[in-house]
Design a protein around this ligand. Structure first.
Ligand code: MF3
Ligand code: CO
Ligand code: CO
Length: 274
């Protein structure tokens, strides 16, 4: 989500810049995406009260390296960690550190292994200890938003169809859809065209074509959509301090629909994972 556009002003007008990929490229993304998913699977038992976020970052680093990849976030625009870990009212890009997870925290872990030149970008929510019903509901609906968006990802549809499905579902639950960050094309490039905003009108934006690769990664707030940047220059939080959740998949448009490169091999799609 790291294209810093205001989605209110975002235009879906860069069709010509969206790369179309072939079968060998799908193979590359399949491998990178699978590693991302395996890392997120492996993290699940460690997201518990008492663990620090830098311990989770270490697990991500070790698994990324063991998988023959490097964390794409490392040294990316000055970032120095292997993943982003965003807790409670943190919308995205939380920096791993000495903070200890507390009972009731909702936690996003976002990983991007770069494997053989291909970026597998994915994030999931985790529940630390006993999480309240309002938080769990937010996490559930945010996952539904992602999957409803993915259902619209097929040739002939437009990018706005994805955005619209996400916005409609979130707002039906009176949640706020974050405008300041969006999904993105990816592949050999980490953040590429198109910008995949999570609000929009059906039938607008570029037409989806087989071979397009991009992420969908809605950030959904219990309260208002507005975000604020912290002084560290990375951490984005909700302005009203309401809870925020996010899930992210990397997908490729196929002849008939799409392939999700980052699906959990162990079926750990959303919590509870136990
Ligand atoms: N993985 C994030 C995304 O979904 C990007 C994080 S960039 C970082 O696009 F530098 F903040 F790590
Ligand atoms: Co992303
Ligand atoms: Co990501």
């Amino acid at each position: 989500m790291t294209t810093y556009v205001n989605a209110d002003e975002a235009v879906h007008s860069r069709t010509s810049a969206i790369k179309l990929h072939g079968p060998a490229d799908f193979e590359g993304m399949r491998a990178a995406g699978r590693l991302a998913a395996e890392i997120l699977d492996a993290v699940a038992p460690h997201v518990v009260p008492g663990v620090t976020t830098e311990e989770i970052d270490r697990i991500v680093y070790d698994m990324t390296i063991a998988g023959g990849a490097v964390p794409a976030t490392m040294h990316y625009r000055g970032y120095t960690h292997s993943c982003c870990i965003s807790i409670n009212h943190v919308v995205c890009h939380g920096i791993p550190g000495s903070r200890t997870l507390k009972d009731g925290d909702i936690v996003n872990v976002d990983v991007t292994p770069l494997l053989n030149g291909w970026h597998g970008d994915s994030s999931r929510m985790y529940l630390a200890g006993d999480v309240g019903v309002k938080s769990r509901r937010l996490v559930e609906v945010t996952h539904e938003c992602l999957m409803l968006g993915i259902e619209q990802a097929k040739p002939g549809n437009r990018l706005g169809d994805i955005s619209h499905a996400i916005q409609t579902h979130a707002e039906k639950h009176r949640y706020g859809v974050v405008r300041d960050f969006c999904g993105h094309g990816l592949g050999r490039v980490f953040h590429d065209a198109p910008e995949v905003v999570h609000i929009g009108r059906p039938g607008t934006g570029p037409e989806l074509k087989p071979g397009m690769f991009f992420t969908i990664e809605p950030m959904i707030n219990i309260g208002r959509p507005d975000v604020k940047m912290l002084d560290d220059g990375w951490t984005a939080v909700t302005r009203d301090r309401s809870l925020s959740a996010q899930f992210e998949h990397s997908i490729g448009i196929t002849e008939t629909g799409c392939e999700i490169f980052t699906l959990s091999p162990r079926g750990l799609h959303r919590p509870p994972y136990a």
